[in-house]
Write a protein that binds this ligand. Structure first.
Ligand code: LLP
Length: 435
């Protein structure tokens, strides 16, 4: 579910009119629904209730402090990939003891910081990394909790740029090598072999690749956990969401469901995986990002011009690829709706919604039938809560957008629009350039 709906022809987030928000805070504006965040977290939490489980929200999908605090308040830990993200966990009031640290390039400084903050586990992506973690732990005279991230070589059938679980990818340790890597790790005195992890990709809309990967892992997990007394098995993140409701029940056009199957829900995910996982007797971790926050956020933008060429109807808006890069980076679909609901039966015009950035790739959709809009109208790009603001840049010296969180009838700014001087803060003109 999500909480963005028309009420008397006007788009609302929970109990707040979005038009009122853009009048107050300007555009481009990210808006998050607290209710949706909490609802999605709880749906997963409840679906996994038969298991001893723990949710580590993948904060790379949205690391706004208020979003993270919402989840921390519900008991969530975090899946993080850098020392910067761990500092954000602490800034948001999260607990490092509930966090897992993934990533192929952890530096010594990051490992030391995470050990000092008592991270729950490092998800180790290579043998040299194991040796590095052991070395830093020895220097600090502590024991480092680790899990090997297994690359199960299962194709998740998602977009090529977000597949992670095959041998074409840089992530994890090859399935066939895992036993030997644990044997080696068990000889390193400052490591605690606390668990094992896998992650196969993102925006999975079908449970079958999870089943395949978990089935492939089961024998290995049983054997290694008997030997090393594991505490947990993390099955990673990747649960997909509906980006295009019109196509959700199956169409080849929709990049995220090439199989044309109905989208998996927490209930179908749990129903297939719990019977496989429960007999292990381990704590099960999951690392969802998009499922929790994707449909909980939108990006609102103002129409600046409508420009007709011989071939196209360009709707030029004030948000750009620097604010939301997913359409151009992954050919991903975001539903685009006006803040004032179009009249039923109103004519649709094939439109390209484009931003002001100086790149041909600065677009949100191409040749999409949209209601007629004009200068000063507002459009909402839906399902922009995950991998939206976090991937924003200041390209073309554009300010990072403001972010607002709505809870019932209350709306709070959870990030101010970036002031211009902050774009170049930290830059210096050397004295020898000054005349
Ligand atoms: N765990 C690990 C180890 C991951 O690498 C990822 C995502 C997740 C969990 C969370 O995956 P999620 O539940 O959000 O699918 N920027 C891309 C997605 C990149 C995903 C990277 N890893 C996009 O906008 O689609």
């Amino acid at each position: 579910m999500h909480s963005f709906h028309y009420r008397n022809g006007k788009l609302f987030c929970e109990g707040v009119s979005i038009e009122a928000l853009v009048k107050e805070h300007g555009t481009p504006l990210y808006i998050y629904s607290h209710q949706t965040l909490a609802d999605h977290y709880s749906k997963l939490d409840q679906a996994l209730a038969p298991l001893d489980h723990h949710i580590c929200f993948a904060m790379k999908s949205n690391s706004n402090l208020a979003v993270m605090r919402t989840l921390a308040n519900l008991g969530s830990g975090f899946d993080l990939v850098s020392g910067g993200e761990l500092r954000r966990v602490i800034a948001a009031g999260g607990d490092p003891k509930k966090c897992v640290f993934a990533g192929v390039g952890k530096t010594e400084a990051e490992i030391e910081y995470a050990l000092r903050k008592k991270i729950y586990s490092f998800n180790v992506e290579s043998e040299p990394e194991l040796i590095r973690i052991n070395k830093v732990a020895a220097r600090l005279k502590v024991v480092a909790p680790i899990a090997v991230r297994v690359n199960p070589n299962v194709d998740a059938h998602t977009h090529a740029k977000i597949t992670t679980g095959t041998y074409e990818n840089k992530f994890g340790i090859q399935f066939e090598h895992v036993e030997a890597v644990y044997a080696r790790a068990s000889k390193l005195k400052n490591l605690w072999l606390r668990g094992i992890q896998m992650h196969i990709g993102s925006q999975l809309t079908n449970v079958a690749p999870y089943e395949e990967a978990v089935n492939k892992m089961l024998g290995l997990v049983k054997k290694l956990s008997a030997k090393y007394k594991f505490e947990f098995f993390s099955i990673g993140g990747g649960i997909g969401i509906v980006y295009n409701p019109a196509l959700a029940s199956g169409s080849k056009e929709w990049w995220s469901t090439p199989q044309g199957k109905k989208i998996m829900t927490p209930a179908t995910y749990a129903a297939k995986l719990i019977p496989l996982l429960k007999p292990l007797g381990l704590k099960i971790l999951i690392e969802p990002g998009r499922f929790i926050v994707g449909n909980a956020g939108i990006l609102v933008t103002r129409v600046e011009f409508v420009k007709k060429t011989g071939k196209k109807n360009f709707v030029v808006v004030d948000a750009g690829m620097n604010d939301l890069i997913r359409p151009t980076l992954y050919e991903s679909y975001h539903e685009i709706v006006p803040l004032r609901e179009a009249r039923k039966g109103a004519a649709l015009i094939s439109s390209d919604v484009v931003g002001p950035v100086c790149e041909s790739s600065d677009y949100f959709c191409k040749d999409r039938p949209l209601p007629k809009v004009g200068e000063g109208d507002y459009l909402a790009l839906l399902s922009a809560g995950a991998y939206g603001f976090v991937m924003a840049t200041t390209y073309n010296a554009r300010q990072l957008a403001a972010e607002v969180m709505v809870n019932g009838k209350t709306a709070s700014v959870v990030r101010e629009r970036q002031p211009y001087p902050e774009i170049w803060a930290g830059e210096k003109i050397p004295a020898w350039l000054k005349k």
